[in-house]
Design a protein around this ligand. Structure first.
Ligand SMILES: CC(C)(COP(=O)(O)OP(=O)(O)OC[C@H]1O[C@@H](n2cnc3c(N)ncnc32)[C@H](O)[C@@H]1OP(=O)(O)O)[C@@H](O)C(=O)NCCC(=O)NCCS
Length: 169
């Protein structure tokens, strides 16, 4: 399969924070943001693989900053690395200042998706070729994150997580 670029999977969702989506402090409810990120990341993984994709794991989420009612929120998702059937997708979340239009990054997350066939069995995905410095950094670190996720899920023995262990030795 021919390699694709991360930019080919870029998915951008912009939407408002409405009253039904907030917590008692009038900030965006965490579960609503998780759903928006899952949707954008799923589209990105589908664009990379051109397959049905399922969320296999939410590897990391940082709610660094509350997002107030009425904010314009942009969720940007891009595949950072493709393995055999799985893809790591990194999601950056931005809030736009209503008057200046300036954007502030408020959250980020890392999800893993798996491409599957009609019966739900994993199928191979195209490799990925990072281009920018940030894409290269994210690509490089993705293998360690995959190993950590598999170890935490009880699907890999810590001893087999060679690249992850190398960070601590
Ligand atoms: C995700 C799923 C397809 C994996 O199936 P599986 O039988 O475990 O398949 P495998 O063990 O061959 O794993 C497939 C790939 O997923 C990766 N994977 C599985 N669990 C993972 C985890 N927790 N973290 C990171 N990667 C994971 C494997 O490393 C493998 O990657 P690779 O092919 O790129 O090397 C299966 O568990 C599933 O269908 N889960 C439900 C998905 C779903 O419904 N999501 C919506 C949430 S409600």
């Amino acid at each position: 399969m021919e390699a694709r670029y991360p930019s080919e999977s870029l998915t951008t969702l912009t939407d408002l924070v409405l009253p039904g989506e907030t917590n008692p402090l009038n900030n965006l409810f965490g579960g609503e943001l998780l759903a928006r990120m899952d949707r954008a990341a799923g589209i990105a993984a589908g664009r990379h693989s051109r397959r049905i994709v399922v969320t296999a794991s939410v590897n990391h989420v940082a709610f660094n900053q509350a997002i107030p009612l009425g904010s314009v929120v942009t969720v940007e998702a891009k595949v950072s690395r493709a393995f055999t059937s799985s893809m790591e997708v990194i999601i950056d979340v931005w809030v736009e200042d209503r008057q200046s239009g300036d954007r502030t990054k408020v959250n980020e997350a890392i999800y893993t998706f798996v491409a599957v066939n009609e019966t739900g069995s994993p199928v191979p995905v195209p490799p990925i070729q990072p281009q920018t410095d940030l894409e290269k950094q994210r690509y490089e670190a993705a293998l360690r994150r995959k190993q950590l996720s598999l170890v935490l899920a009880g699907k890999m023995k810590p001893d087999d997580a060679t690249e992850l262990k190398a960070l601590f030795i």
